[in-house]
Ligand binder design. Sequence first.
Ligand code: IFM
Length: 437
Amino acid sequence: MKYKRSDFPEGFQFAAATSSYQIEGHGFGGAGLTHWDSFAATPGNVVRGEHGQTACDHYHRMEEDLDLCQALGLDAYRFSTSWARVLPEGRGQVNQEGLDFYDRLVDGCLARGLNPMCTLYHWELPAALADEGGWRNADIGNWFADFTETIMSRIGDRVFSVAPINEPWCVSWLSHFEGHHAPGLRDIRATARAMHHVLVAHGRAIEVMRGLGVKNLGAVLNFEYAFAGDDTPEARQSAERYDAIYNQFFLGGIFNKSYPPLVLEGLEEHLPANWEKDFDTIAAPLDWVGVNYYTCKRIVPADTGWPSLTDVPGPLQKTQMDWEVYPEGLHHFLNLVHQANGKNLPIYVTESGMAQAVEPGAADIQRTDYIDAHLGQTLRAIDEGLPVKGFTYWSVFDNYEWALGYEKRFGLVHVDFDTLERAPKASYHALAAALAK
Ligand code: IFM
């Protein structure tokens, strides 16, 4: 690799990430059903109907998996807790086995010198709460606050950092407007409510954790660079609208107590009553901000209702996801987030990575190039004075890529989904060499 640990400031955190449903195996340890189980069981939603019941069986192989993170030379491990593993019905009865699992996970990180970076929710909503409307139901802020209290009362004293919700855009827009993720809705009213409630839930969780004395609380947002797909004013306006929905809405709520006018023009009439009154909760002060960044999109107008846009293919190199590789976008969003928070908050790249089908032992050059290019843009921002404090690769392991099942391989470690055998790829070894102290 081109870059190495010594190119970065002292204390910079090199991390890698996973999430609960994507690796643990939700069939184990008394976890309750989630909306991903029923979404995956519905024909046509997920490639080959694949689901997370076994996934990487991290539930039983956690020690071996943390050993791999340690041997890679990481400073931190970013994981998530499953709401349905801790509270199988979403509320009420606690699954002690689930709490014990996350307790062992945090201690396992600490024993290996890995800072535990925790995300409370990475998309596996308990099915019982989905039955009650899930993210559309205004009560979800309180349900999520109770879950936060339960899990953080157990592990909150030992985690390095916590973010309540991974990628609010995916939880709301992708899942309620585009219908690509659970619960698979395509409904503008549901979308507006989910977008707002996800931010209220974020704020309530921060409030609860401050009360418990949990330290180092942040938000993890995802971003996609929006190019105009052609040289017309209409394409430029469409790209601005896409940018407002994807990149500005959640930042606006959290740091500016407002939503962008370009989003309100389509969503305002569908928001819950008195939505402005929730901004004090939503904008609870934070200690850091996380940027998840993978790619760019080329946006053109579409002859549909609001937001009247679609995307077209671009010319850059693509990954197995068919996503263009545009590292400069990361630099753009580090700057955007820096300006938006206005408080010089520490920024972490909490996810960046690429999928490519690579067998163990084979060269993995596109992945190491991708990491190098995104580390380069991170370093560029640091050199310009931005307080970027860490970089997290997605993901440690090949895992369940949601509606695309198990074939999209983001891992530094290859997983054979028949035998569940782990095998570090060439990129794992290259990164280990770059991180060696
Ligand atoms: O696998 C996902 C992850 O769950 C959230 N961020 C993007 C990754 C790649 O699509």
